[in-house]
Each structure stands twice: as C-alpha cells, then as structure tokens.
Design a protein around this ligand. Structure first.
Ligand code: CP
Ligand code: NVA
Length: 295
C-alpha cells in the first residue's frame, strides 16, 4: 500500500514537523533541491485552482519531474469513466496523483485503487496542503508552533483542516462562525480538547497568535452566495478585530480573498498580513511533500 496524503491525520506529528523543517531548508537552499528524476505527477482538478496547480507544477519542474494537468472536461472522467478505473490506469503510468475533488469520497476511492501516492489538492471537507504552508509561514516568523489560533467565518474545508492541525501540532483553536455554519460535529467531538467555539469573532480572537479566515462561499456553493453574504454579516476580519488579538498576531488567508466580505482591504494589505508568504510557501512545503512521497 502506498502512503497517501488525504488529510493531516495520515501523517504522524513527527512526520508533519519534518515536512515543515525540510520545507524551510529547501526554501533557504534552492541549489539543494532533490531530484525527482523524471517522475510524473498526474493532477486531476474537478474545480478551479491558481495556487495549488501552479505550485505543484512549478515544484515538479524545479525538481526535475513533470506534471500533467487533467481536467474532467478534457478526459474520459468527464464522460463517465469510473474513478476506480481511472485510478488504476493513471497509477500504472504516473508516480503520484494529485486530486482536487468536489467530494472527499471521490479522493478516498481514488486512493483505494491507486498503486502510487495520492495527494489531496482540496475537497469539500479538507485542504491539508494549505495547512503545511500556513504552519511554515508561522514557524518562519516566530520559530515556534503557535499557542492559540483563531478561525473566523465559515466552518468549511479550511476550518476542518485547522482542527486537524490543532490536534497534530498541539495548539488551541478558537472558532467563531455564524449560527448554522459550525464545522462538522463529529470533528468537534473527536478533537474537543483542541477546539473552543465562540459566537462572536471579537471573543474568538482574544489572545490569538494567528488569525485566519476564508471565503464565505466556497467553490460549489455559489447558489447560496447572497444568503451567505447576509448570514456572515459581522464576521469580517477588520482592523478592530485584529486589535483584540496579540499585538504581534499574524493574519492568514488561503486565498482567493474577497475584500469587504471576510476580510477588509486594510487587514489583508496591512502589516500583520502574511498572505503572500503563505501563498509562496505552498511551493516549498509541497516540494518537501513530493520528496517525502515520491522519492
Ligand atoms: N489556496 C488555494 O488552494 O488556492 P487555489 O484554489 O488557487 O489553488
Ligand atoms: N474554502 C475554499 C478554499 C479555496 C482554496 C473553497 O473550497 O472554495
């Protein structure tokens, strides 16, 4: 059975710390980039992507391998070829497979039939690659793991991944969501020791080392956009909210961002925002991940 990276729980805390440290090293020493020696990464994207696609493709090129972008529109997946057939065929050709899927179940089925490592490039429930970059961004700045992280907004795929990260890296996660937008109840039960829920962003950010948010309407939820915009009123991360966190707290967002909705222009462009480093760090952490899984 190959190792897969479907959620942060697939790796031990030691392995996750190793990836962060290794990414730091590879970022600082680009001339020591390991060679993937012509290995091929097949990348299936059922949804749009800028950062994930470009960072994996760039990583593969810089490591001497090759990435093949596959959209359902141009492959037989879009014409109904079963996932399990596609997984068995691709894994006899490629050395690794990256999947961005609407349903997490699709990713799991893909992994169950794949002979090579499968990496989660985002599903409806999780986005583990993003958290590797987010952790690297904090560790680079502070040389330590955070004590408290605050999540403001939707209890979505990113929020779930922050819950996994809180458990695996050992930090406290304070979450504020509007009524009806809480993260998955099972996750909250399973990781109750790491997570506290709040009704108001002002309470959740008190004492935070790091404040994070994400869009109010994720990919696939566009039909509810107007309702969501209304339901999330009061959940914008503004300067007033950031002032309640620790004075040196950082602001993170996986991007793409909607200024004036989940974050104000002043915060995302302000001195506490580390979103551009965070985006760049996708490249470095994924190099470490590709080395770990494919070499
Ligand atoms: N943060 C992130 O995954 O961005 P993309 O959707 O552009 O890949
Ligand atoms: N929650 C967002 C994250 C995008 C990277 C979405 O799923 O659309």
């Amino acid at each position: 059975m190959p190792r897969h990276f479907l959620t942060l729980l697939d790796f031990s805390p030691d392995e996750l710390h190793h990836l962060i440290e290794r990414a730091r090293f590879l970022k600082a020493h680009p001339n020591k980039t390991p060679s993937l020696n012509h290995k091929v990464l097949a990348m299936i994207f059922e949804k749009s992507s800028t950062r994930t696609r470009v960072s994996f493709e760039t990583a593969m090129v810089q490591m001497g391998g090759h990435a093949i972008f596959l959209s359902p529109r141009d492959t037989q997946l879009g014409r109904g070829e079963p996932i399990r057939d596609t997984a068995r065929v691709l894994s006899r050709m490629a050395n690794g497979i990256l999947v961005r899927a609407h349903l997490h179940q699709t990713l799991e089925e893909f992994a169950a039939y794949s002979k090579v490592p499968v990496i989660n490039a985002l599903t409806d429930t999780t986005h583990p690659c993003q958290l590797l970059a987010d952790l690297l961004t904090f560790v680079e700045r502070r040389h330590r793991i955070p004590i408290q992280v605050s999540w403001i907004g939707d209890g979505n795929n990113m929020c779930h991944t922050y819950i996994h990260a809180a458990h695996q890296f050992g930090f406290k996660l304070a979450i504020a969501t509007p009524p009806g937008y809480s993260p998955c109840g099972n996750l909250l039960k399973q990781f109750a020791n790491s997570v506290t829920l709040f009704e108001h962003p002002e309470e959740a950010v008190m004492g935070a080392d790091w404040v994070a948010t994400d869009v109010w309407t994720s990919m696939g939820q566009e039909r509810d956009e107007a309702k969501r915009r209304n339901d999330f009123k009061g959940f914008e991360v503004t300067e007033a909210i950031m002032q309640r966190a620790k004075p040196d707290a950082v602001f993170m967002h996986c991007l793409p961002a909607h200024r004036g909705e989940e974050v104000s222009d002043a915060v995302i462009e302000g001195p506490q925002s580390v979103v551009w480093e965070e985006a760049e760090n996708r490249l470095h952490t994924q190099k470490a991940l590709l080395e770990f899984l494919l070499l």
